[in-house]
Design a protein around this ligand. Structure first.
Ligand code: F6P
Length: 320
């Protein structure tokens, strides 16, 4: 079997671990593994290279992806689609293992199905916002990266009391990442794009945390509406300057965690075995703690909301 590994959209820690595991498994079967430099844009220009476990072992522990990705929506054009189907046929690609988020996993597999190329997708994004799976590759590492920053803020907050810290996470216009980070770092307030909030209430709750424990922490997702106005209001209302930090893109480059390495290994092993067993189209998903194959294309479902019970608990909005 000749399998092509394609990374499309935002990279995430754990992809390189999956590339290593895929190459290692294929080598055991005497199969060939190939990668594309630059996602589907690179595939159009035939940037295809074979790779071996020997080459990939060095990359295993690194974030990002050895084979670069692309957000270029090249496949929106009919000519590009036609060209791509020729490239795949010319290079005798039997199957594709596809790393990507919601857009990639919904849009690309139907095209490949039409061209007779088997494809199994691995939901990959630090945002954890792919409907149909409880967990995406990279999410756990992105949480751990955030903890390394928050823990430092907590340490200095203990040494110099009376400070309000605010931390912006990545996550696009979704709040799953911010919510989980807020839980793990014992934030006093978490704000997400999906839920409305009262800025005055936020300021008062932060002030209360200062009185109680000497420091306060607000975690919010980058897509939060009204964040600039909120950050202006907090010092006016509390009389305390806000120390605002942004995790930014560094959050996508955190060290691949144990959980992501294990998930990468599990997903790729099951995906590769399914391809060898003749599955044509599928997506690996995590449900009830198990990595399982979802056969066929991932259906379009309404996005789930971040856990509202957890959101209320962190914000002290629940009945004890
Ligand atoms: O890949 C997901 C993500 O990291 C989001 O959290 C973030 O909003 C976005 O990508 C940033 O995209 P870009 O790297 O194109 O600026």
């Amino acid at each position: 079997m000749r399998t092509l590994f394609v990374v499309s959209g935002g990279d995430a820690p754990g992809i390189n671990a999956a590339l290593y595991q895929g190459a290692s498994l294929a080598a055991q079967y005497g199969d060939e593994t190939l990668g594309v430099q630059g996602g589907f844009a690179g595939l159009l220009t035939e940037q295809i290279v074979p790779f071996t476990p020997h080459e990939m072992i060095h990359w295993l522990a690194m974030a990002g992806t050895h084979f670069q990705s692309s957000r270029d929506p090249v496949l929106a054009q009919a000519e590009a689609q036609e060209k791509l189907s020729h490239v795949l046929a010319q290079h005798q690609i039997d199957s594709i293992i596809l790393f990507g988020g919601n857009g990639t996993l919904r849009y690309i597999p139907p095209l490949l199905e039409r061209w007779g190329v088997a494809c199994i997708g691995l939901p990959t994004t630090i945002d954890n916002d792919v409907p149909g799976t409880d967990l995406t590759l990279g999410f756990d590492s992105a949480c751990n990266f955030a903890y390394s920053v928050v823990d430092g803020m907590r340490a200095t907050g203990h040494a110099l009391t009376g400070r309000i810290f605010t931390l912006e996470t990545l996550g696009g216009d979704t709040g799953y990442l911010a919510l989980e980070i807020a839980r793990g770092s014992a934030a006093d307030v978490v704000l997400l794009p999906e839920y409305e909030y009262d800025p005055v209430w936020v300021a008062d709750r932060l002030k209360g945390a200062i009185t109680r424990q000497g420091q306060a922490l607000l975690v919010y997702s980058e897509g939060l509406k009204g964040k600039n106005e909120l950050l202006d209001l907090i010092p006016k209302r509390t009389g305390i300057r806000v120390r605002d930090s942004h995790l930014g893109h560094a959050q996508r480059g955190g060290v691949p965690s144990h959980r992501d390495r294990a998930l990468a290994a599990d997903m790729v092993r099951k995906a590769y075995t399914a391809l060898r067993d003749g599955v044509r189209t599928g997506v690996m998903v995590v449900r009830d703690g198990q990595t399982v194959l979802h056969s066929g294309i991932l259906e379009a479902t309404a996005p789930r909301l971040p856990d509202q019970i957890l959101y209320n608990q962190i914000n002290g909005l629940h009945e004890l």
